[in-house]
Design a protein around this ligand. Structure first.
Ligand code: ATP
Ligand code: MG
Length: 428
């Protein structure tokens, strides 16, 4: 127990964190290009926020939340998604009083859901998400889909499909709900247990159920798209015009309904095909009533969430290699009593902006070189008694074996390859 992380969680070890940093950097850039600025909200919120925000008919709220009482008997929940917290911060700080839209993104936000752990499904995962508050036009929906699509494609994920749908609004959806319910009621016995259980509270979910029996049974189910009100239909058409104009491939898929209650009009998912089946890497949509539902003004909004673990998984699956920055630029080794000199050279190299280190474990010179090799340092700088006496070090380029003696003051420049001629002559 003591040395085992809780089920469904994963460490990011030092040797692999560069992959996350690479991804984070690309995500920040993609968000900034579209005018999204970062928001950071707490890992936990009052449970009430999610009951009202995410909706108490959802699987997340019903079954998956990490909820507990704090020492003052408040009900607290670890974030099961990113949007509600972002909306809460938007309201609490009256950001709606500023010029709208207010565009924000969160990066690497830990998300907690008590799910059955399996490939691509964790109990703690991390999301990159973008939220745009105060924009009602479909151009806002389209720019988010494009942001996510271009980000993933530029990362090297080739086999991506963009699925969009409209699930209507409070004007047109209730009638559709009724139709769908009566369609499903006639076939109730054929539904899987989960769909039976959520039939009353959330019948739409039967449309995106992964069970074969439900997929077959809902094949001819009525489609929301046939029942959209004029406003929703126009909005959906405008979205498609934008996507077509941008030249990205997309499909209208009436089965995309999303698992959260707050969605209206646009919903979308970016899906990839893996050897284990389809994997949703990004999901989002419009939530025009969430802000009001949380006690704020009547304000439209749209956003998405993208799982970082899943993006990394796909990069692996597609064989995309992420440039590894290496550990050190130079490793300082020393002979005999020159540990203090080595320490000083390391500090001076670091101050010159090089990633430098030395042995801290009392190794012999031979073992120091072996260790330096293991770290992959492209250079070593060795200090023996002669070098120490003249304020120099013996530089070795590991790839070629080429050696030269340089003054400490010049070592950093030589390593950078800037002043290759200014080496100290042998024996000086
Ligand atoms: P799924 O259909 O896979 O359950 P979801 O609809 O529950 O996904 P969202 O709530 O929209 O997912 O979350 C956005 C993204 O976060 C997903 O597209 C996915 O990349 C990632 N994600 C969601 N749940 C998990 C999880 N349990 N483990 C890892 N990543 C996840
Ligand atoms: Mg889910």
């Amino acid at each position: 127990m003591l040395t085992q992380a809780p089920r469904g969680t994963r460490d990011v070890l030092p040797a692999e964190s560069y992959r996350w940093q690479y991804l984070e950097d690309k995500m920040r850039r993609a968000a900034a290009l579209a005018g999204y600025r970062e928001v950071r909200t707490p890992v936990f919120e009052h449970t009430e926020l999610f009951l009202r925000g995410v909706g108490d008919t959802t699987d997340i709220v019903q079954k998956e939340m990490y909820t507990f009482k704090d020492k003052a008997d408040r009900s607290i929940t670890l974030k099961p998604e990113g949007t509600a917290g972002a909306a809460r911060s938007f309201l609490e700080s009256n950001l709606y009083a500023d010029a709208l839209p207010c565009k924000m993104y969160y990066l690497n936000a830990p998300i907690f859901r008590y799910e059955a752990p399996q490939s691509g499904r964790l109990r703690e995962h991390h999301q990159f998400g973008c939220e745009c508050f105060g924009a009602k036009e479909a151009t806002a929906d389209a720019e988010l889909i494009l942001l996510a699509f271009h980000l993933l494609r530029d990362l090297g994920i080739s086999n991506l499909s963009v699925n969009i749908n409209s699930i209507g609004c409070p004007k047109c959806r209730p009638l559709y709900h009724q139709r769908l319910k009566s369609y499903l009621a006639d076939r109730f016995d054929g539904l899987c247990d989960t769909c039976k259980e959520r039939f009353d509270r959330n019948p739409l979910r039967a449309l995106d159920c992964k069970e074969k029996q439900c997929q077959a049974l809902t094949k001819d189910a009525p489609s929301m798209l046939d029942m959209l009100c004029d406003e929703c239909r126009e909005h959906f058409e405008q979205l498609q015009t934008c996507l077509r104009g941008a030249g990205i491939p997309f499909a209208v898929n009436p089965r995309i309904v999303r698992g959260l209650d707050y969605y209206t009009k646009t919903v979308f998912e970016l899906i990839t095909r893996t050897k284990d089946g389809n994997l949703t890497v990004c999901g989002g949509g419009r939530y025009d009533h969430l802000v009001e539902q949380l006690g704020g003004p009547d304000l439209p909004a749209v956003g998405f969430g993208m799982g970082l673990e899943r993006v990394l998984m796909l990069l692996d699956a597609e064989g995309v290699s992420i440039p590894e920055p290496g550990w050190y630029d130079v490793f300082v080794t020393y002979m005999g009593e020159n540990r203090q000199h080595a320490f000083e050279l390391v500090q001076s190299l670091r101050r010159a902006g090089l990633r430098a280190d030395m042995d801290h474990c009392g190794r012999s010179l031979k073992a120091q070189f072996k260790y330096a090799n293991k770290t992959g340092a492209p250079w070593t700088a060795t200090i023996g008694d002669d070098e120490a006496a003249s304020g120099a070090a013996r530089l070795k380029q590991m790839s070629t074996g080429e050696e030269r003696t340089v003054l400490w003051s010049e070592a950093a420049d030589v390593i950078r390859g800037l002043t290759r001629d200014e080496t100290v002559p042998e024996g000086k």
